[in-house]
Every structure is written in structure tokens, then in C-alpha cells.
Design a binder for this molecule. Sequence first.
Ligand SMILES: NC(=O)c1ccc[n+]([C@@H]2O[C@H](COP(=O)([O-])OP(=O)(O)OC[C@H]3O[C@@H](n4cnc5c(N)ncnc54)[C@H](O)[C@@H]3O)[C@@H](O)[C@H]2O)c1
Length: 356
Amino acid sequence: MINFADSSYVLTQGRKQELIDFLQDCNNQKRKIYVLCDTNTQQHCLHLLQTLFPQTKSASLYCIQQGESFKTIETVTGFWKFLLQQQADKHTVIINLGGGVITDLGGFAASLFKRGVDFIHVPTTLLAMVDAAIGGKNGVNIDGYKNQSGSIVLPRYVYVDTDFLESLSQDEKVNGYAEMIKHALVADQEFYKVLSEQCSFEKLQSIGKAIAIKLSIVAIDPFEKKERKLLNFGHTIAHAIESLYYSQQQDISHGKAVAAGIIVESYISNKMGFISDAELKQITDFIQSLFKFDEKDIVVEKLLPFMMADKKNKQGQIRFTLLESIGKGIVDIAVQIAMIEEALVWFSKKDSGYGV
Ligand SMILES: NC(=O)c1ccc[n+]([C@@H]2O[C@H](COP(=O)([O-])OP(=O)(O)OC[C@H]3O[C@@H](n4cnc5c(N)ncnc54)[C@H](O)[C@@H]3O)[C@@H](O)[C@H]2O)c1
């Protein structure tokens, strides 16, 4: 069992050999290797995986449709059935090659198959590199409600290699940046300054810093009793927006939903007496320079029911992670419905300059 305080399971390019040795060992021991990918990562990333790790060339492939709407228990069941048909056993190793949808779903499937088999994440989006693949949270959506079933089990390894980002669209890179900004906002003022001044999406140093922030928070509180909730900043609103979109058969990227969530939850932080007007303006201006929101993104009355299903709620109250200041988050703050409505209305009137 890997210790959550031990971050050595995250390998960057410089430690590629450790994964080569592990996979070679699997091949020598005749352990079966499976690669889970989606339609895009099969096309753009599989070849690079096989070039970096020739031991995966003989692995069996299971490819799912790309997109959040396939992060479901039905997709997992399909994968499990495939593994059974292939006579995959307890010694099987699953490599999850993809963005956060693949790492969340593949980690969930692997953590339960035969009561748990080894799995390796090879994140191929910026978002998965800095967030989804790190920290052991796995899960699927139920009826469009985000991550309602899941497990907290660490992968055997995560291999972070920015070469996978070469085929990633600019929009997807910006999506990943939203999670990096979130990490900085809740934990590191200096890093926030760097991100807002440099805006360079693939900078290895910044990716490493974002991963280090996440690892350090997970190490203190792997099962989200307290500190890990910091990483949920922006996500109460984001998950409700994603669920609303799903219910309307529309798509919105997780990163864009998080970006909207950061703005709305910063407003709440300000109105509840935490961050200053200047900080709120700084955050909204920065996020707005990266993302363009449509008014239809926010339909106030429709969002609230989705928030009631949020995992962070306690005894019927909607609880938020907010910002005490830039670089310092604060968890478990109960927020009145009227305040949430006010924040959403303010956000939806973005053309008037967010009212700050
Ligand atoms: N477990 C966690 O701690 C955690 C944290 C944050 C987010 N998440 C989850 O992560 C998911 C979002 O992740 P995401 O933004 O990576 O979404 P994603 O996996 O859907 O990837 C985004 C798109 O990029 C494509 N893609 C992936 N890699 C590519 C590459 N290298 N080249 C070209 N196309 C590529 C995918 O096919 C998809 O179309 C959400 O489900 C979210 O809930 C989980």
C-alpha cells in the first residue's frame, strides 16, 4: 500500500527509467498490461506511449468515446466485462492514457476490479497532469451528477511528460491552467503572481509547482476531512454548472466550469468579508482574460438544485471552500442560498464589469 505522504509515485520525464523497469518486470512475470484510452488519446498519444515504453506494445487496448458524458458506471461495466473476457486476473496492470475523464474512470475501474489491481496514470492533458491524475481520487458521474461514486486509491505510478501536450488544443491547455490557478489561489500567493504574469501553459516549472501544491495538501489530508477541501475551491459552482449542462445535453469543459466557479466563489469570499474588492477584481480580470463566458452559462434557479447534491454539503447546508486572501483558502463555510443567488446573478451580468 502506497503512503499518501510519499510523493515518489509521481514520475516526471527524468525518472522515466523507473517506469520502464516496472513494466519490464511485469512483462518478465507475464503480468497482463491493459491500456485504457479514449478516441482522441488513441489517435494522438498511444504511439508516444509505445515509443517511450516499448513494453506496452503488446498490451491490450480498450478505447472509449471521448468526453465527460462517458465518465459513467456503464462505461466502467463495459471495461470490466472486457477484462473478464480477456481473463484479466488480480496481477493485471492497467495504464490509463488520457485526460481527467480517463484517469478518473480508469482509476475507479482498476481500484475495484478483483478488489483492486495496479494502475498507472499517464495524463495527457494539462488538467490531468496538475490535478486529476494526482492524489488518488477516482470516480464516475451518476445521471450527470459529478463524481457521485468513487474511490480514493493511489495509482502505482503517475508518469508526467509534457510531450503529450503537443497534440492538445489551446483551449484544453487553458482549461488545465484554471486548475493551476485554483491551486495557487488556495495555497500560494507567489505562485499565483507567477501564473498571472507569465501565462505560459506548458512551463515545466509551473506544472511541477502545481503538482507539488496538490501533493502537499493530499499528504496532510488524503481522505478529505479538512485541508483537502481547499482543492474544491471553485468546484461547488463548477460541478453544478457541469451537471446543468449535462441535463440539457450540452457540453462544457471542466476547466471552463471551474473558471466560472472561481469567479463566483471569489465574489462570495468578498461579500462574506474575506478577500478585498481589489483582490476580487484582480481575480475576475485575470480569469476573464482567459475565458469568455456566455450568459446562458448561468441560469440561477436551475443551478441551485444541483448544488444540493454536492458532496461537500453537511446537514442540508451548502458548504463552500472560499478565499481568505489570494494564496489562502478556507474550508467548510456555510453560505446562505440568498448569497449564492446574489453571486450568480452578479456573474450573469458580467457585461457590466462584474459589479466591482
Ligand atoms: N480526480 C481528481 O482529483 C480530479 C481533479 C480535477 C478534475 N477531475 C476530472 O477530470 C475531468 C476533466 O479532465 P480533462 O479536462 O483532462 O478532460 P478530458 O479527459 O475529457 O480531456 C479533454 C479532451 O482532450 C482530449 N485529449 C486528451 N489528451 C489529449 C492529447 N494529448 N491530445 C489531444 N487531445 C487530447 C480528450 O479526448 C478530451 O476530448 C473531469 O471529469 C473532472 O471531474 C478529477
